[in-house]
Write a new protein. Structure first.
Length: 414
C-alpha cells in the first residue's frame, strides 16, 4: 500500500493545476448523458487525476475518468488496420509454395515504413504457429511473403498482424478456442503489449495496477480476455477509500463521425470495492438499512452490503470474505457498461471476471456487442484508483488493439 499512499499525496499537492486543464476541455454536445471529466497529467505515459464535473440523470454513469480516457485513446492511439490480404494460388496444396500479399488501409509509404508486418500460419491444427516477416513493396504499396507448405499438411490456418511505433496493433482471429479458461493458449492471441513503470525513475505505482500483456480469444458465444499486471490483482482499500479498478474497453473505429462518439462502445469494469460503495449508500453514509440478508444460505436480492460492525473500518472486508466462504451473498465485482441509444446500461449477466494471481480473466457474450461497421473492433485496457464517486486516478492504459474475427481463414490442403 506504500505506493498508493505516495500517489495520493502527490495528487493533493498538484491539484491546483486542474484550473488550467478545465479551460481547454472539449464539450461533447452529442452525449448529453455523459459527464465530462476534468483531468490533468501526472506522467507522460499515464497517470491522470480526474474530477467528475456533474452528475448524470442516468441510473448508470461512467466512472470518473473513463470519459476522458476513451476520448484520449480514440484521438491519439489509432491502430493500423489491414484492408485486404490475397493468397496465390487461391487453393494451394500440401508441398506447394504460396505467395501472400497484404495491403493496409492507410497506404502512405512513409507510414508503411514505420509499421511492422507479420504473416503467421499453422498447419494441422492451431498449436504450432510459424511467423513470417514479409517484404515491403513500396511501388505496389503492399507487403509480400512467400512460404513453402509442408508435404504432410492437411489444413492451414493463417492470420496477419501489424504493429506501429506506439505499439498499437492489428490482429486477426482465425480460430475458436476449445479451452476457454485462465492459462489456456488454445487460439489465444496476444494483444498490444504495454511498457511497465518498473524502471521509471522517481515514479512508482502499485504493481497490481501496472499493466503488461493481454490476450484475446473467441468461441461461438463469447469473447475471452486475459489481462496481466506486474503484481497480483488487488481490490485496493475501503478505508481510506482507494477502490482499484481494471477496465476493458471495446469500440467501433468505423463509426460515422456525425453520431454519438460512444456509439457501439462497451466497457467491462472490474472493481469490487467501487461497486460495493456505489450500491450500498446506506452503508457508506452510516444510516438507514441495507438489504443484506444475515441468515445462512439466504438468497441474494441485490448486490449486497456487508453488515455493520463495531469496528467497521477494520472488519468490513473480513466480514464480506467470511460471508462468501459461507455461501452467502457475494458482492458484485464486475459489470459490462454498454451504450444503448443515448443511455448507459449496466449489465452483470453477460460478463464474468475472475482474478488469478496477476491476471484477470474476462468472458463477455458476443451477441450483446453490436457488429462493427467495417468488421473491426478496437480494444484497450486500463487501471486506476477511485478515491470517491467524483474523483479518480488513471494509473495506466495500454496501446490499442484492432482485431477482426476471421473464421474463414482456414484452408483444406488435400
Amino acid at each position: 500500500m506504500r505506493n498508493t499512499i505516495w500517489i495520493l499525496v502527490f495528487v493533493t499537492v498538484l491539484a491546483p493545476h486542474v484550473l488550467f486543464v478545465q479551460q481547454a476541455r472539449a464539450v461533447d454536445e452529442l452525449s448529453e448523458e455523459v459527464c465530462s471529466n476534468v483531468c490533468f497529467p501526472r506522467n507522460k505515459d499515464g497517470l491522470f487525476s480526474c474530477q467528475q464535473e456533474c452528475s448524470s440523470e442516468d441510473d448508470v454513469e461512467l466512472p470518473t475518468g473513463i470519459d476522458f480516457l476513451i476520448k484520449r485513446v480514440r484521438d491519439r492511439l489509432k491502430p493500423p488496420i489491414l484492408d485486404k490480404m490475397e493468397i496465390l494460388p487461391s487453393s494451394p496444396r500440401a508441398g506447394e509454395s504460396m505467395d501472400i500479399y497484404m495491403t493496409p488501409k492507410d497506404t502512405d509509404v512513409e507510414y508503411m515504413i514505420g509499421l511492422k508486418a507479420k504473416f503467421a500460419y499453422s498447419t494441422n491444427g492451431t498449436e504450432n504457429w510459424v511467423g513470417v516477416i514479409p517484404d515491403l513493396e513500396p511501388v505496389e504499396k503492399r507487403w509480400k511473403a512467400e512460404i513453402k507448405l509442408p508435404r504432410d499438411a492437411d489444413s492451414l490456418y493463417y492470420l496477419a498482424r501489424l504493429g506501429d511505433e506506439d505499439r498499437n496493433t492489428y490482429i486477426e482471429l482465425p480460430c475458436e478456442t476449445t479451452e476457454p479458461h485462465p492459462g489456456s493458449k488454445d487460439c489465444f492471441f496476444p494483444m498490444s503489449e504495454d511498457s511497465t513503470y518498473e524502471k521509471t525513475k522517481n515514479f512508482a505505482i502499485d504493481p497490481a495496477l501496472d499493466l503488461t500483456k493481454s490476450w484475446i480469444a473467441i468461441d461461438d458465444r463469447r469473447f475471452y480476455f486475459r489481462i496481466q499486471a506486474v503484481g497480483d490483482i488487488a481490490e485496493g482499500e475501503l478505508f481510506p477509500a482507494n477502490y482499484y479498478f481494471y477496465l476493458l474497453a471495446l469500440y467501433d473505429p468505423g463509426r460515422p463521425t456525425d453520431v454519438d462518439p460512444y456509439h457501439k462502445t462497451t466497457f467491462v469494469l472490474f472493481s469490487p470495492l467501487y461497486f460495493l460503495s456505489s450500491t450500498c449508500s446506506s452503508y457508506r453514509t452510516g444510516f438507514g438499512e441495507t438489504e443484506f440478508n444475515n441468515e445462512p444460505n439466504a438468497p441474494c436480492t441485490r448486490a449486497p452490503c456487508p453488515p455493520f460492525t463495531d469496528e467497521e473500518d477494520k472488519n468490513v472486508i473480513m466480514q464480506r470474505e467470511h460471508n462468501e466462504r459461507e455461501g452467502r451473498c457475494i458482492t458484485q465485482s464486475c459489470a459490462a457498461i454498454i451504450r444503448r441509444g443515448r443511455h448507459w446500461i449496466n449489465d452483470t449477466g453477460i460478463v464474468n471476471c475472475e482474478k488469478r494471481g496477476n491476471e484477470i480473466f474476462i468472458s463477455l457474450q458476443r451477441e450483446t456487442i453490436e457488429p462493427p461497421v467495417e468488421g473491426v473492433y478496437v480494444a484497450f485496457t486500463a487501471t486506476g484508483v477511485h478515491l470517491d464517486m467524483e474523483t479518480a486516478i488513471i494509473t495506466d492504459y495500454s496501446p490499442t488493439t484492432a482485431f477482426r474475427i476471421a473464421p474463414g481463414q482456414v484452408m483444406n490442403l488435400k
